[in-house]
Design a protein around this ligand. Sequence first.
Ligand SMILES: Nc1ncnc2c1ncn2[C@@H]1O[C@H](COP(=O)(O)OP(=O)(O)OP(=O)(O)O)[C@@H](O)[C@H]1O
Length: 352
Amino acid sequence: MTSTLRNALARVDDPILDDDIVSLGLVGDVEVDGDTAHVPLALGAPHSPVETQITEDVRAVVRDEGYEPVLSVEIDDTTPAGQMDGAPNVIAVSSGKGGVGKSTVSVNLATAMAERGANVGLFDADVYGPNIPRMLGVQSEPGRADDDGTIRPVESHGLKLMSIGFLVGDDDPVIWRGAMVNKVLTELLHDTKWGDLDYFVVDLPPGTGDVQLTLLQQIGVLGALAVTTPQDISLDNARKSVRMFEKHDTSVLGVVENMSGFVCDECGTRHDVFATGGGQRLADEFDHPLLAEIPLDPAIQQGCEIGEPVVSDGNSEPARAFRTLAERTMDQVGRERRRSHANGAVEIGQNQ
Ligand SMILES: Nc1ncnc2c1ncn2[C@@H]1O[C@H](COP(=O)(O)OP(=O)(O)OP(=O)(O)O)[C@@H](O)[C@H]1O
């Protein structure tokens, strides 16, 4: 009976890994109990579009076979899980240089993931410009938790937020040396009571120095996003970021082109203020996907000023672009995790 069900589940495809979920080793031991079928699935990117589709397809097949589905989700893989309680999928948002919109991308990405139903933590590690609390309109400071002295993150827009800005204030010039920055960031990260998270977005300081590397190693990053604007000078810096990740065996989930073009309200014409096609060129050069092109739009900047991420703004063009970014990023996370599980399963001979 369970083998019939297993065979039926092979009708469900993983559209990213391009094979069926049984052959990929994503279906564990199926158990039938009366008219209920328990199906363990190896999935790693909660609320991602593709994994949502896979679970819906599995439920439909199980029902077609005459059972009520009960799914459980657990994954074994070799990708780094965040080294915090709850081992979330850690996504580092990086840029080779400051001012390209890395923090704006981090905030809107994290908000969009939370709006899809995921538990999301956002860590503002940008020591040189910790302005995420302001971008989220956060007035309060994090509190000490009563029981064990850990710090409780601030909750805002469905996210759990901790920022180095809560310690230094965003007007204070940071004159710390690298070692001190590392120490403070590491303590802040580990002393925060994050709870169970699905995704953990880290807004890295711009550049490719020691601070960035230490953080990558400390947190256990699953993959990075490289944010760039379209013009050559920004691309040169973004290229350095991508090389830094590759050198340290950190996957690059994709490239984000920000300030990609400005569409005039009045005439509807697109103006490529900062040249065009740079993000795609960078993506092609390293064979990574271009995940989104975020337009240059005053609403994005205004959202940052008033503390309301533009992604929550209904159907506007920038909101849609950030939502696309979140969906594709989550799908890239799922791809990394399922692929790693599938490869492991093949190696240890479980995928027969
Ligand atoms: N697509 C966009 N359209 C309009 N304004 C934008 C866009 N992206 C970012 N901005 C604005 O550009 C400024 C810089 O953005 P942000 O602080 O996110 O950059 P950053 O790369 O994180 O900088 P740093 O690393 O120096 O802190 C902000 O005022 C922000 O509101």
